[in-house]
Design a protein around this ligand. Structure first.
Ligand code: SAM
Length: 196
């Protein structure tokens, strides 16, 4: 745990110094929630969509490592790969993580794997498309966790593309009989979706 916390501290500092988007990090409370979720639900195969500088990825991978698991991740922006790579090394999880650089909408259809957990945290406008693409990859009884689903309270009052994307996604999940779901009140809202 000490090694993970030290790596997270390093990733956070690098993100503040080298990007203007540190608010995108899930932060320590949610990061450790993700790690515990992986361990408590025995999620040995994990996929992340939207990695940024690797903060949530290090948390997911630290949980999966305790189970002898592996983690795949998809990130469209390769410019920050040096932070992801060093962060994973510092966390001691490099050997169980594979990062795919490219557009998740193009990469997901070519993935022939089954996952116990998929964490969605990429472009809010594309949440409905990610959902339809990943649900068949989730094992029955497995989970999708989707971040930012309360979208700072904007889903009912705003009509911009990101608010509409999240709003459509939430409606899809609520009416989808293939899954059961509940909302966890952590940071900006985390949807826990279980495939039946
Ligand atoms: C909110 S940030 C992720 C934060 C990260 N999960 C964390 O907490 O450490 C969203 C990331 O999704 C990436 N992204 C956006 N659209 C994407 C796409 N179509 N495919 C893959 N990654 C995408 C962005 O480049 C950005 O780095």
């Amino acid at each position: 745990m000490e090694q993970l916390l030290s790596a997270l501290h390093w990733i956070e500092r690098q993100t503040h110094t080298r990007t203007n988007h540190a608010q995108m990090l899930v932060g320590q409370e949610e990061g450790l929630y993700l790690r515990d979720f992986v361990m408590q639900n025995n999620c040995r195969r994990v996929l992340e969509i939207g990695t940024f500088t690797g903060y949530s990825l290090a948390c997911l991978a630290d949980g999966a490592k305790t189970l002898g698991g592996r983690v795949d991740a998809i990130e469209i922006n390769k410019e920050l790969d040096y932070i992801i790579e060093e962060g994973l090394q510092r966390a001691g999880v490099s050997e169980i993580v594979k990062v795919h650089y490219g557009d998740a909408l193009e990469i997901l259809p070519s993935i022939a794997e089954e996952y116990d957990l998929v964490f969605i945290d990429a472009d809010k406008r594309q949440y409905p498309q990610y959902y339809e693409l990943v649900l068949p990859l989730v094992k029955p009884g497995g989970y999708i966790l989707a971040d930012n689903v309360t979208w700072y309270g904007r889903t009912s009052s705003h009509t911009d593309a990101k608010s509409s994307g999240i709003s459509s996604f939430n409606q899809m999940v609520e009416s989808d009989r293939r899954v059961e779901s509940h909302l966890v009140d952590i940071r900006d809202g985390l949807y826990v979706i279980r495939r039946k």
